[in-house]
Design a binder for this molecule. Sequence first.
Ligand SMILES: Cc1cc2nc3c(=O)[nH]c(=O)nc-3n(C[C@H](O)[C@H](O)[C@H](O)COP(=O)(O)OP(=O)(O)OC[C@H]3O[C@@H](n4cnc5c(N)ncnc54)[C@H](O)[C@@H]3O)c2cc1C
Length: 416
Amino acid sequence: MDRRHLLKNSLALGGVFGLGGCAATPVPPAPPAPQPVSTPPLMDRPPVLAAVRAHPDRFFDFKVCLRPFRTKGPNLDVEQIGDAMVVHNYGHGGSGWSLSWGSAEMAVQKALVRSPREIAVIGSGIVGLTSAITAQRAGAQVTIYTRELLPRTRSVRANGSWTPDSRIALTSEAPANFGDTWEQMARISWKNFRPYLGMAGNPIAFADHYYLTDAPRGTPQPVDATVPPLPPPSWTGAPTSGEDFAKYSDRIRDITSHPQVLTPDINPFPVKYASRSTNLFFNFTEYGHLLTTEFFARGGKIVMRDFHSPAELAHLPQKVVINCPGFAARDWWKDKAMVPVRGQTGWLIPQPEVNYGLTYRNVQILSKSDGIMVIALENGELKGYNNSDESVNRAESERAVKVIEDLFARFPVNPA
Ligand SMILES: Cc1cc2nc3c(=O)[nH]c(=O)nc-3n(C[C@H](O)[C@H](O)[C@H](O)COP(=O)(O)OP(=O)(O)OC[C@H]3O[C@@H](n4cnc5c(N)ncnc54)[C@H](O)[C@@H]3O)c2cc1C
């Protein structure tokens, strides 16, 4: 208690006692009974959140990528090219990082039918690398043939969260049993991530993600008039709403985090409605480094090569090939079910003290070891559909970061 406070209190007390000294003392009213204060359970109280330094001048990188979306779901078919057996493993849309191990397991099982000693893998994106390692773990000698190594592939231009049913198929075109295949892939992958948790550099980690809305979730949100409406689809068969994309995540609710609604007393943001879930995500640099190291440690070889026609695969020394070319399958394999879905991420200078992500007004951010990723989400899953423009649109990322900058500007300067 400071001197002024003491003085004030003693003055007040002195007044009461002083009066008491010269007149009959009235009985003071009983102080009100203390009200029980309802404090949220310790585990639900909001953590102290480090502020994201969200300014356009902190962008140090932008990445654009095409999701290898296949309207019928990933291709895992087997085909014969000359005397080579080719097992396809491409077309994982916005779910390639998430489903990679499960899809690899399925492709390798098909490849092993021939009991090959040697296997060729085409491509060294996340699907190629996990296929190669899975084949090695099963005892095969593996050579990867690829045009680019992982750091230059489309895979590392992704967002990189556990999103196993993001743009994975169209409901109208997915095979009837695809839901079962998908569930198997998702569960196998989930188990395979386990050994990478807690490793130095956090190749795979969990982070809280906050979903912030100005109106209750699930009701129409205020519209941002600066965002132009999506042009009508350019071909029949194109999805017209997010509903057209196949969704399976209800099948694996037992292994993923359930969103928790944050009541006002535990909502740390200056936004009316908030919920939180804890999501798994990938730090590409560390995870990619670990996978590549394991591939070489198991005796894997990499040959830099650019294929131009499927017939070239028949001339490889390996007679069993797992084909993981990602979106390139559209032109190389003339796969008409492949549709590009453009996505752009902007990267703010890393802030290791920020250990969460959030989604607000169609902008998503996620703090990763190599930067804070900023992504514009307007029009949900339809954004970027059938758009193969891989050039950077800086204005898109700048508009997105402004939303986050405005959000943090609304925090009280001197929180109580
Ligand atoms: C913006 C964005 C966000 C995303 N976010 C997520 C997410 O949060 N979670 C998630 O799970 N997934 C996400 N994805 C999807 C994910 O990135 C892809 O599904 C995945 O990277 C596909 O991997 P891939 O190995 O099949 O393809 P790629 O990474 O494209 O690899 C293909 C490989 O094949 C090689 N290749 C191709 N053609 C030839 C040829 N002719 N000759 C020789 N080699 C060739 C390439 O060099 C490369 O090595 C996102 C994608 C985008 C665009």
